[in-house]
Design a protein around this ligand. Sequence first.
Ligand code: FAD
Length: 492
Amino acid sequence: MKKAIIIGAGLGGIATALRLNKIGYDVTILEKHSTAGGRMNIIEMDGFRFDMGPSFMSMTYEFDEFFNFIGVENPVVFEELEPLYTVNFAGKSKSRKIYKDLKKLEEEFSDVETNLKEKAEKYLKRAGEFFHDTEKTVVKSNFDNKLSYILQLAKVPWKHIPYLQKTVWSEVEKTFESEELRIVFSLVAFFLGATPFQTPAIYSLLNYTEMKHNGYWRVKGGMYRLIEELLKMMKERNIKIYYNTEVTDVNYENNNVKNVVDQNGKIWEGDIFVSNADAAWFRGKYLNRKKYSEEKLDKMHWTLAPFTIYLGVKGKVNKLEHHNYFLGNNFRGYADTIFTSSIAPQKPYYYVNVLSKSDPTTAPDNHENIFILCPVPDLRYKKDWKDKDELADNIINDLSERIDYDLQKNMVVKKILSPEDWSKTLNLYKGSGLGLAHDINQVGAFRPKNKDEQLKNLYYVGASTTPGTGLPMVIISSKLVTERIFNDSTIS
Ligand SMILES: Cc1cc2nc3c(=O)[nH]c(=O)nc-3n(C[C@H](O)[C@H](O)[C@H](O)COP(=O)(O)OP(=O)(O)OC[C@H]3O[C@@H](n4cnc5c(N)ncnc54)[C@H](O)[C@@H]3O)c2cc1C
């Protein structure tokens, strides 16, 4: 039986482990952290349970494909979000509910936009056409070189070309009259870890996936339930996982990796190796590739860094729903300056998720668990996060005021993770939350490949290789890398 070593137990590493086991590999995972899941992790404090990162997902059918491939029933329950989320604009007392049902959305915004349903249908139709014209041929394909990628791109109908030259913001600005709706439709860019003013218009396809196609879903009982179920499956299949084991060296000979070495000097041998650590950073750090030196990595475009707060509070907070956005009143100015600044935002924009709203068992009786995510500059721009308590207080006080609930007074537990913490805990490059950004020159064959350029038995899976970031994309990544490995094994 061939032996596979996987470096990292993020969703990408775990899904690949189960797929490789299915096609006959003996699999071992080495994980730096003390728990599995990577960014899709869990934080538990005094009876409060928090999802550490992701709180919802799209394209759940990718998970169906995955469970089908490994031959099991989906062990978790996906619950659809409707409304998708609420948006709270600074200075406006009404919290806007964002519905997938466009009739309801039209009613919600009837005071600021006319014919919303018709406008949105037109906008989403175009985004949907782009989605379906690229999903199989571009997103879900392995490319051996840039030429084959470009040839594949050339088959995409040319009517989409203008999309490449525009930004998400320019599309929403053209479609909607009200600033509020423009902002609402452009929030998808932040799900990609970037601002709508720099994100290419092609990513309005995310509006299509959220509003028309598959919608947004959460996992009943919290996102981490998925990882817990996958860990059970790994155990049943004798897939071994070693925690607190960080790979710190890669030994290779004749274009083949011989072994990897952990921080204690222990040597791990295998026939093939799959890195779930960041695909660009890993090549620079352990393989000394010049193209991925720190200087070169710093010049690449990285997604925004997360600043996250986990709050356990007494009582029920009525003015918060399951998913909520709190925005200021200077969207453009904020987006253009904050993320390359060396100081923490003074009037932060942030996202709030309350898991106990949908599953009260995740917090003690009559308490809520509140997760706050504020996108901030990464460690290239703001190196020092000693002021993290100040920024957290600033956000908590702002939220308290806007929901009319004194979170400081009712606080039972609190944990803060700055970009520095995210970077140290999971080896996220300079604290970037979603890995490499998705600019046209950083996707497809221009993204770090899932097969190493030189070492024949080294592969990559996860957010910074193809196709990209987010939970469904990482599941697709595990499929693509497994196909590569399978095809290589039938050739050799
Ligand atoms: C705050 C936040 C919120 C998010 N929200 C959402 C959301 O709502 N929906 C969504 O779809 N996506 C969301 N994402 C993105 C999503 O979490 C990621 O795209 C996905 O989890 C990445 O999975 P991965 O397997 O590629 O990498 P990771 O989860 O980063 O896993 C990589 C693993 O490798 C380990 N590792 C690294 N280096 C080494 C080494 N040298 N040796 C051993 N182990 C190593 C790390 O410790 C880690 O466990 C969010 C991300 C963040 C940060």
